[in-house]
Design a binder for this molecule. Structure first.
Ligand code: 1VU
Length: 274
């Protein structure tokens, strides 16, 4: 089964019409039109109308809406707008318990943001909710709540990052990595993407057009990986023809899981997700 890639998911402030328009022309695998943190309280209503209009345009990729959180004065109007205007999904900020998500009954794919210590601890129950498509790490709020100090390798957040990947993967949901704040630090961004992929994230949330191509590269399949996967599949086929049930590839034992992974890579490459 081929799964749509979410290597890069771009946040766009809902109150910046120029950025919203530009987002349509960029190569992010999905877009999040943001009504929450990127929009000041006095601009919330205008941003919602702006997003409503933008959802009526033709977009080449899925457009999600990040609504304001439960208990805010804007939550109902945001959700009603996203539902009626045709959002591909809702991003819910600061999710901390499964019941509130389950009780929403929205009939749209939901993306739960995990950005508090309680959210991390309850990530498995949240990921298990029917209708939750994936978990998105919100590292800025999480780092603040945990009272961590900045660290280039995100060492203080590693446990939480892995917990989110584990919870999402355990329930067949998509884990998306947090944003990288410094839009003028491409090396740091590339390092963090590589780390996110190593940890098991499916893609990265990004905040600037310049971060899209590096995220697509880091979370996509490279030509060299596709070639290696093809060679592994050939070695496996040859072993099968010879009646062997186990074999090695370039000196290492390969099993069915390696074959499945190789097939996924070749498929992704052939589908242009390199
Ligand atoms: O050259 P143009 O005028 O045509 O376009 C500018 C600018 O509008 C555009 N651009 C974007 N387009 C779409 N989506 C974006 N996110 C976006 N960011 C910028 O690109 C052209 C060049 O922009 P720039 O290099 O001059 O960048 P600025 O200094 O204008 O803006 C930098 C920031 C970081 C402020 C901007 O990129 C931004 O607002 N990003 C999104 C921030 C956001 O959504 N924050 C909330 C979600 S993150 C979060 O809550 C963590 C969980």
């Amino acid at each position: 089964m081929s799964v749509k890639p979410l290597r890069s998911v771009l946040y766009v402030p809902g109150d910046k019409p120029r950025a919203v328009e530009k987002a349509r022309t960029l190569g992010a695998d999905a877009v999040i039109l943001d009504l929450e943190d990127a929009v000041a309280p006095e601009a919330k209503d205008a941003a919602r109308e702006n997003v409503r209009a933008a959802l009526g345009w033709r977009w080449p990729r899925p457009v999600l809406v990040r609504v304001n959180g439960l208990g805010t004065p804007w939550e109902h109007a945001d959700r009603e707008m996203a539902l009626t205007a045709g959002a591909a999904g809702l991003v819910l900020p600061k999710v901390e318990d499964a019941r509130t998500v389950r009780d929403l009954h929205l009939g749209l794919p939901l993306w739960a943001m995990i950005e508090t210590p309680l959210g991390v601890l309850r990530a498995p129950e949240i990921a298990a909710v029917t209708g939750v498509a994936g978990l998105i790490v919100g590292a800025n709020d999480l780092a603040r709540a945990l009272r961590t100090r900045p660290h280039p390798d995100r060492l203080p957040l590693l446990h939480a990052l892995s917990a989110v990947v584990l919870a999402a993967r355990a329930h067949g949901k998509v884990p998306l990595d947090a944003v990288f704040n410094d839009v003028r630090d491409p090396e740091g961004f590339a390092r963090e993407c590589a780390q996110g992929r190593t940890l098991g994230f499916a893609g990265k949330t990004v905040i600037h057009p310049d971060q899209i191509a590096p995220a697509n590269l880091a979370f996509g399949v490279t030509g060299a990986e596709a070639e290696e996967a093809r060679a592994l599949l050939a070695a496996w086929e040859e072993a099968r023809q010879e009646g062997k049930s186990v074999t090695t590839f370039r000196g290492a034992l390969i099993e069915q899981m390696h074959v499945d992974e190789a097939r996924e890579r070749v498929e992704a490459w052939e589908a242009g997700r390199g």
